[in-house]
Design a protein around this ligand. Structure first.
Ligand code: PNS
Length: 165
């Protein structure tokens, strides 16, 4: 039987830390769905469709797109998506104890809702300080985000498409 992991997040934008988590999920499961979820608690930088495109391009550039698909989900609970596709687990990255505090209630709620387990992986410590919110802040103040994001994302953020938003 084929095993399927869901790697959800806002991915606004996708970072090198996210790619690390997808790669680890891909090492553990036969198939991976990266799911871009609109998080109403966060003010968005990029439209969801653009986030999906940038993830797809970044995965291809990193050579980890095989067995990985990218989609978005906006019509309800992540648990509903997991049930709909028959996922075996949600995979999340844990950088610091702050992530444990943030992720634990979500993992328990998702298990209550859909019986789905969350598998936590430890990303490369080189990325432990990297977050999308930090990237958004550096970008908003005109700084260089290229150390934190895949080249497809920094290229997009330096492009006219982005600066003319
Ligand atoms: O990258 P983020 O913003 O930390 O990801 C959080 C996300 C999008 C995975 C989380 O907010 C989520 O699962 N939202 C979907 C709505 C939902 O199912 N909420 C209840 C269960 S936690």
């Amino acid at each position: 039987m084929t095993s399927l992991a869901v790697v959800p997040g806002s991915f606004d934008p996708v970072t090198l830390g996210h790619l690390d988590v997808v790669e680890r999920a891909r090492n553990l499961f036969d198939e991976v769905h990266v799911v871009v979820v609109h998080n109403p608690a966060k003010s968005a930088l990029l439209p969801v469709a653009r986030r999906v495109e940038l993830i797809e391009q970044s995965l291809a550039d990193a050579g980890i797109s095989d067995r990985v698909s990218v989609t978005s989900w906006s019509v309800g609970l992540l648990a509903d998506y997991c049930q709909e596709v028959g996922a075996n687990a949600i995979v999340k990255g844990i950088r610091t104890e702050v992530d444990v505090t943030y992720e634990t209630p979500m993992a328990i709620v998702n298990r209550d809702l859909a019986g789905i387990e969350t598998v936590f992986v430890l990303p490369n410590p080189a990325h432990s300080h990297v977050s999308s919110s930090l990237v958004r802040q550096v970008a908003a103040l005109g700084g260089d985000v290229s150390p934190y994001v895949p080249s497809a994302v920094s290229a997009f953020m330096n492009s006219a498409d982005y600066s003319e938003r």
